[in-house]
Design a protein around this ligand. Structure first.
Ligand SMILES: [Zn+2]
Length: 123
């Protein structure tokens, strides 16, 4: 299997519902997001996926969340905007934005809230 990974960042605010502690209060993060694709076959020039194409898709997803108040941003107006739920949301959005080619698929989305804390969703 080959894997290709890109990283992008965005800033957003949230407050965790039903959480007892500092994170129930309004605060923001500079999120860092790592998206990994996997596949067994390369194209005729030896690429699993064009980084430019992948970055375009990931950017389109993250741009919608950049500088937003996540608690008003569907589905996080109902679903808690935890790093875990956000990683799955980004995974699903990137998957639906990518054209399926040669069995290349999203394998994981890792989302850092801080330099030392991240959540990962794997498909
Ligand atoms: Zn937080």
């Amino acid at each position: 299997m080959f894997e290709v990974t890109i990283e992008e960042s965005f800033a957003a605010g949230h407050a965790l519902r039903n959480y007892k502690g500092k994170c129930e209060n309004v605060h923001g993060h500079n999120y860092r997001c790592q998206v990994t694709l996997e596949g067994a076959e390369l194209d005729h020039i030896g690429l699993l996926v064009d980084f430019v194409e992948l970055k375009k898709v990931v950017h389109a997803v993250l741009d919608r969340m950049d500088h937003q108040w996540l608690n008003d941003f569907p589905p996080f107006d109902k679903l808690n905007p935890s790093a875990e739920n956000m990683a799955k949301f980004i995974f699903d959005e990137v998957r639906s934005g990518l054209s399926e080619k040669r069995g290349v698929r999203v394998s994981a989305v890792k989302l850092w809230e801080t330099d030392t804390a991240s959540a990962t969703y794997r498909g």
